[in-house]
Each structure stands twice: as C-alpha cells, then as structure tokens.
Design a protein around this ligand. Sequence first.
Ligand code: PEP
Ligand code: MG
Length: 326
Amino acid sequence: HQWELERKKLKRLRDTRATTLDEVEVKLQANIELPDDISGARENGAMGIGLFRTEFLFLNRDNLPGEDEQFEAYRQVVRDMDGLPVTIRTYDLGADKQINGAVSTGTNPALGLRAIRLSLSEPQMFLAQLRAMLRASHYGKLGILIPMLMSMPEISQALNYVALAKKSLEDRFIPFDRTVQVGGMIEIPAAALAINSFIDKLDFLSIGTNDLIQYTLAIDRTDDTVSHLYDPLHPAVLTLVSHVIKACNKAGKPIALCGEMAGDVQLTRLLLGFGLRQLSMHPARLLEVKQRVLTSKVRDIVPQVGKMLRTGDPEKLRMMLARLND
Ligand code: PEP
Ligand code: MG
C-alpha cells in the first residue's frame, strides 16, 4: 500500500519540469531498446530519448534488418516522441550481443571487434544503418550516437561514413536533416582521458558508465564471479566521469550520461555536483530521479562533491555520499 502511494505521488511529477531548488534545469531522458519502449518513456515524462540501443533490432533473428526496416523503426520512434530529441546509437554488436550465427573471436570478446570497431569492418552494414537514421531524421529531431569510440582516426572514419551516407541520399534526392548532430560515447578510459584531443570533432557526447566502469576496473560486466567488485564509486571512475563532464562543459559541448549510474537516485546529486545536466536512464527510474532533482540545491552540493573527489578512502566517501543525500 505504501509503495502504491509513493508511485502515485511520483506519477504526479510526470509533467513537472526537472529543475533544482536553485533553478538549475536538468534534462531527464529515457533509454530504450525497441520502438515499443517509447510508451514507457512517455508515461514517465521523458524529455527525449537519450539512448536507443539499436542492436536489439538485430538480435534473435536469422536475417539482418535491412535499411528500409530500420528506417521504419527509427521513424516510428522519432514520430512518437513528437519533436522531442531522439538519440539513436549505431549498433553496439559483438562481445555479449552477437548476431545469430556469428561467433565472437579472441579470448576477450569485450576487448575485441565490438560496436564502432565492428561497424568500421562491415562498411555496407554500417552505411545501411546510417542511411536509415538520416532518412528518419527528416521526421523529427534525431541525433546519431557512435558507441565505444577510442581514438581520433576512428572518429574521422566514422564521420567519413556519415558523409558518404549523406551523399548517397543527396544523389537520390532523398530528404534528411542536414543539421543532424553526430555524437560519441565515452566508454573507454583512453577516450575519457584524451577527450580534449578529439572533442572538437563531435557535436555532443554521452558517458556510458556501464562500460567505462568495466574497462577502468578490468571487471567483465557479464561475469557474476567478479560483480561484487563492480564499483561506480571507485575514485578512478569518479575522476574520469568528472573529467569528461568538465572538459565538455568547458568546450561548450552537450554532455549526457546514459549508463546505469544515471538511474541511481543515490548518485543524482553527485552527478549534478560534477556539472552534469543531462541524464538518460531506464524509463522506470525517471520519476524518482526527478524527485531528487527537485529537492536538490546545486550551490550546496558542489563544495561537498569537490571533497568527495579528493578522498581516496571508500568508507569516508560513502559517508559523504550519505550526507549529500540527507
Ligand atoms: C554503457 O556502457 O554505459 C551504455 C549505456 O551502453 P551499454 O550498456 O549498452 O553497453
Ligand atoms: Mg556501453
């Protein structure tokens, strides 16, 4: 009964703007895996889709979705979001998400041909997806997000393929949004550390903390025997996340966070204190996080978060986090 009451109270926040007590605007968006997930996102008041994991269109089937099928799916999402921004990620296949019939190579699939690495090795498949996304961009506000970027040459290659996809549509007089934004996910520690070397190439960035934690702490996120070591509060993780947010804010590049950390209400104030203003999460987490935003004051949080970044003592850090959430 208590839980029901809480749910009802939260539901009333659906159309409330996510603004802190000191008037800082926060954009709360939803992560989706398939077009049908949009209803959950809308019911929970998402201000857009911050991450559409398109690889789910490719899984558990014996053929690949062609350009037209993908175009229909992306257009449906963009249309259903009614002018709100939709960030569609190019497929993050490989590692634990294999197409039927494909076998992972190497002894460490998470370090292998995955995400943008796979896309760059399969240009026809990548180009078909980019064309489908660009065609859908004509019907709403669509951004293209590239997963697992690591270095400048990779970004340049990815952007070349976007340019090629645009050219092939232009040649056939197929309309698309010429101002479509292309962003990159920061999921590899090297990319987080070297962000200033390629930040200019991207229109926006999004931190994928699920993988960033996996690669920073050398913990396979699919291996239960080490899941107890998976720690979003490890000082190295916090330092990297804070560094990326600061670099983006300084360069004037929109920065979001779309890993599970975004939906953890215990971390909302910490992330606001880092300067983050855009979070994308599972739709079921949106209202609780919004409630936390509404009861937060950024001015009071910032000095406390500065101290948290400087402490290396996990016990102390947890105490400081509890105080931050009081
Ligand atoms: C992430 O790594 O944090 C992320 C959002 O991507 P995925 O969980 O799909 O790897
Ligand atoms: Mg990831």
